[in-house]
Design a protein around this ligand. Structure first.
Ligand code: F6R
Length: 240
């Protein structure tokens, strides 16, 4: 893993953008795996700014998102569909038909998404990391070979995500449809961004701990092209 430590969230976003920009410049038809959440928002802002100022085009880019809540209508303000449109898709020239998010509540629907994913080669998979080391919605204990699946969210993830649902855990969906760790590892390159002290333990376990199902992100040690971009607070626990 290549680890880049930045002074703050903005620098982390700019560094991550450099990695992203390199991939889309080399291949304007790149397939990107995308994530939602606070971690990639700054990177998406950099992509939008670059599109507006430099005309970088996404016309031939295809995207696949990692996950979506089960049971929220597409146009719900907190759906990942809405997040992606609000933060990225509505501000660049990507074609709606080239954007993909998993949807549904059954394993058949999850398998159908994995089949679409298998039909392409992802050039860059973007990830955040949960406080418990989750990637996508792959919570601790998820087998590393797992493909797209329906997940029961853990209490810690429900609590963390309640900030988007009026801090009311009862409003947070209890399940999600998520690419698995096995799906994520199929990408050619992986870019993980993390900021803030609350991520420091998970970051340390991902990079310096053993590759174990109790820290899903530690599976990335098994991939040979991973770039991790951190701010100082998220990197604070590292032995370096
Ligand atoms: C989002 C996702 C999650 C988040 C993680 C961190 O698509 O798959 O794994 O990356 O929960 O979330 P933030 O960035 O909000 O701290």
């Amino acid at each position: 893993m290549r680890v880049i430590v930045c002074k703050d969230y903005n620098e982390m976003s700019e560094k991550a953008f450099e990695v992203m920009k390199d991939v889309i410049t080399k291949n304007p038809k790149a397939v990107l795996g995308l994530a939602t959440g606070s971690s990639p928002e700054g990177l998406y802002k950099c992509m939008v700014r670059d599109h507006e100022e430099n005309g970088t085009s996404y016309q031939d880019i295809t995207t696949y998102n990692l996950d979506e809540y089960v049971g929220l209508p597409k146009n719900h303000p907190e759906s990942y569909y809405t997040f992606m449109h609000k933060n990225l898709f509505d501000h660049i020239d990507i074609k709606e038909e080239n954007t993909h998010l998993p949807s549904g509540s059954t394993q058949e629907e999850a398998d159908a998404y994995e089949k679409q994913w298998d039909a392409v080669t992802c050039d860059l998979q973007l990830l955040g990391i949960g406080r418990n080391g989750h990637i996508g919605f792959n919570e601790p204990g998820t087998p590393f070979a797992q493909t797209t699946h329906i997940v029961d969210l853990t209490p810690s993830t429900i609590e963390a995500n309640s900030r988007f649902f009026d801090h009311d855990i009862n409003k947070v969906p209890k399940q999600a449809i998520s690419m698995g760790i096995g799906s994520i590892l199929k990408a050619k390159k992986i870019l993980l961004v993390a900021s803030g002290a609350e991520k420091a333990d998970a970051v340390k376990a991902m990079i310096e701990g053993p590759a174990t199902e109790s820290c899903p992100a530690s599976a990335l040690q098994k991939h040979d092209d991973v770039v991790v971009v951190l701010d100082q607070a998220a990197a604070a626990g590292l032995d370096r």
